[in-house]
Write a protein that binds this ligand. Sequence first.
Ligand code: URC
Length: 295
Amino acid sequence: MAIVLGPNRYGKAETRVVRVTRDGGLHHIKDLNVGVSLSGDMEDVHLSGDNAAVLTTDAQKNTVFAFARKHGIGEIEDFALLLARHFVDSQPTIHHARVEIEEYAWDRVPVEDGPPGERHSFVRGGAETRTCLVHSDGTGGEESVVSGLKDLVVLNSTGSEFHGFIKDAYTTLAETDDRILATAVTARWRHRTVGSDWAASYTRARKGLLDAFAGTHSLSLQQTLYAMGRRVLTDGPELCEVRLVMPNKHHFAVDLSPFGLDNPNEVFFAADRPYGLIEGTVMDDVAPGSTSAWK
Ligand SMILES: O=c1[nH]c(=O)c2[nH]c(=O)[nH]c2[nH]1
């Protein structure tokens, strides 16, 4: 038996970059969390500590800031592709780059007074975060783009049932034909090519998730998950696979009978843990295979 170096990668995690673009007194901001992870000829650094092939994680972080200045930040998928291609194209020892970005939304504070044209106040927008994950073997090489969102918190106050499940010796859950269904959606969708209209695709996918969540009379969160993934794919021909992670944020009707009160599904205890965790993939059955896109 021999012991050998297995798969490895390294990089700078969670570079927080905020880019202000000034259009006179009208400012725009992009607020990102960027993770870079590189792989290539890294045997020597692991086996003997020879760092000759290593592009420092410090330089990777600096590149994120320098590119934000030089190129600006548009759609996060474009910024991720720009960085990923740069690392592979510029360094002969780096063969693969993985760039992951989270984007935090800021809305403008509506201003009623103050000088006209001056707009530089923001309030953190919707709780959800837009995400992307890019893999690149360099310009002209294999590439993949997965876009998505996380922490999209949604609730249906009716239109959800859950019954007909296994009743074993440990089952105590009562069947219900009317419950609250609530979840915090993490969704990621894989693009067929690296050439989608990222902004339009994101808007469509997010709308598809919300429409399907609201429009599905749910017999289980699993059924709702499938409906949501399916909607994203039917509305987004540029996409071929959707992965969803949806915690079941349980809401239990409180027993108010000790207080002489009924509770016709009006007062709930919102439990935070434990929670059911429902995960699933919805894909088109002729999708070009790519498990590496998700790594
Ligand atoms: O939609 C649900 N799916 C489950 O698998 C499950 N299990 C459970 O206890 N409650 C629920 N709800």
